[in-house]
Design a protein around this ligand. Structure first.
Ligand SMILES: O=C(O)C(=O)C[C@]1(C(=O)O)C=C[C@@H](O)C=C1
Length: 361
């Protein structure tokens, strides 16, 4: 039988380890401050955030981790450590779909850590505006949901925006019914973002068939409205329930399990290759026979993996479409670079929306 170590002894050990960790954290923070001075000496301006480096740091932690902490927990800790180090170098501001408590804010914290300053704006268009006018160096926008498909506002804006995609992050989306009402029968209106209303369509048909459904700019805006009126409910995340102090009437009301939203980070910065990247493109082929086949050929020829393709109206003519394509790899990786050169010759328009590290967790 192994001897049991007395609690007092274990706590002493924990205290000593905590002191060591604190010392190491501060040594790391000093290093980050030194990095900032070096960047300034090299004449670097703007933000000190480096999505490529952050992704490499987090992947290395995943590789080094021997447990018993799960990889995801170890990554989360280091995510926060880097976030705090970056805040010491220079605080970072990120525009998100506000108000406080939206899934977009949750995505911003997951990607940048909690030392980032999140700046709420009212619409997806305003997120792009805030970054294009350099009010914020980065913005987080939803791009695709596993239940409801693409967020067309985001794709339409990407088509014309000069911004680059610098990163991606996924959030497992749990929807909840929040209200001050005591009974479902007292709820006359359910507010939420149109995507969230759609993700809970069957639940609403079954449990609140009498209530009107009204789309608002964000789930958190819906929660704000529900907090002001007893006859109203909101569909939103738990974060919004906390911010607006609303009771959760029913948890996890999304129709499809694993309901997940993918967000992208938009900014002016170009990320360098990390070995595990994605590149997003928009392509227009024109309505010619065999055009689609020709468009896909370079990916097959150069062995580039296509992970997503979506068509959207081009807004240039009736039934004229553009294709949003995600491929594996960075635009500077040899196979991708060759495929893009070949693709450019075969299509009417090719816009590279960005190459960025794949989400680490
Ligand atoms: O390596 C850098 O360029 C740093 O600024 C350091 C650091 C880090 O803490 O590891 C902090 C912020 C950057 O986004 C990336 C990494």
């Amino acid at each position: 039988m192994t001897a049991i170590t007395p609690l007092a002894e274990l706590r002493e050990k924990i205290d000593a380890l905590d002191a060591q960790m604190l010392d190491l954290l501060n040594q790391r923070a000093k290093c980050a401050q030194e990095v900032a001075r070096t960047k300034m000496a090299q004449g670097e301006q703007g933000t000190f955030y480096r999505p490529d480096r952050e992704s490499l740091v987090l992947r290395r932690i995943q590789e080094l981790n021997q447990g018993p902490l799960p990889d995801e927990t170890a990554i989360r800790f280091f995510r926060e450590i880097m976030s705090a180090c970056l805040a010491l170098e220079k605080p970072l501001e990120v525009a998100f779909l506000g108000p406080e408590g939206t899934f977009t804010q949750q995505a911003a914290f997951k990607h940048f850590g909690h030392a980032v300053k999140t700046v709420p704006v009212a619409t997806i268009n305003e997120i792009f505006n805030a970054v294009e006018t350099q009010l914020c160096p980065f913005g987080v926008v939803p791009v695709e949901n596993s239940t409801e498909g693409v967020i067309s506002h985001t794709l339409d804006r990407l088509l014309v925006s000069p911004l680059k995609i610098c990163g991606e992050v996924e959030i497992r989306v749990h929807q909840n019914l929040l209200s001050l009402a005591e009974n479902l029968a007292d709820i006359t209106t359910v507010y939420s973002h149109q995507q969230s209303l759609a993700q809970c369509r069957q639940w609403l048909d079954k449990h609140l068939p009498h209530a009107q459904r009204a789309a608002v700019n964000s789930n958190a805006e819906a929660a704000r409205l529900a907090a002001a009126n007893k006859g109203v409910a909101a569909i939103a995340g738990i974060a919004a329930a906390e911010v607006y102090q609303l009771p959760v009437i029913e948890k996890n009301i999304e129709d499809i399990a694993n309901n997940t939203t993918r967000f992208i980070i938009v900014g002016q910065q170009i990320s360098t290759s990390t070995g595990k990247d994605k590149t997003s493109l928009v392509v227009s082929t024109g309505n010619k026979p065999g055009a689609l086949h020709r468009m896909l050929e370079p990916f097959a020829t150069f062995g580039v993996d296509m992970v997503n393709i979506e068509s959207r109206p081009s807004h240039q003519g009736l039934w004229d479409y553009v294709f949003f394509i995600d491929i594996q790899g960075h635009a500077n990786d040899s196979a991708v670079a060759q495929a893009l050169i070949s693709l450019r010759d075969k299509v009417n328009m090719l816009k590279i929306l960005g190459s960025y590290p794949k989400a680490v967790f």
